[in-house]
Design a protein around this ligand. Sequence first.
Ligand code: FES
Ligand code: FES
Length: 153
Amino acid sequence: MVRINVNGEERQLDVSDDMPLLWVLRDELNMTGTKFGCGIAQCGACTVHVDGAPTRACQTPVGMLTPDSKVTTIEGVKGKAAQAVQAAWQKLDVVQCGYCQSGQIMSAIALLTDNQNPTDQDIDAAMDGNVCRCATYVRIRAAIKDAAQTMRA
Ligand code: FES
Ligand code: FES
């Protein structure tokens, strides 16, 4: 039995410790906003927050988490940075096919929670592990800057 906290709710699951958090979220909890891309921590599609830090759910065995670890998914993200990012993503029409975007958004929110005035280098460093097959990188960077401006206003 594994106990984890997801989006503020405690969940008890009859799964093995080595099941990746991504499968727990998608298959056990039916939270399909977090996507499977590569499965080897190379694409960022599966990014969630664990205690606020962007984390690759595909390479995080659920047994590594404690009941005190706070897992946040795209379904449960909230707060000032989340609102600013969601609004900027819509305003600048960032999304193309959309597959990578929940991971991109989770990384962007983590960045802006820590740094409300990111440089291009800060953005590149924070978003480096999030791959987009549709190459929406220019709009992602612009949306992060727009969201940062909203947060500073
Ligand atoms: S699916 Fe986890 S990083 Fe690609
Ligand atoms: S929007 Fe298509 S993979 Fe990023």
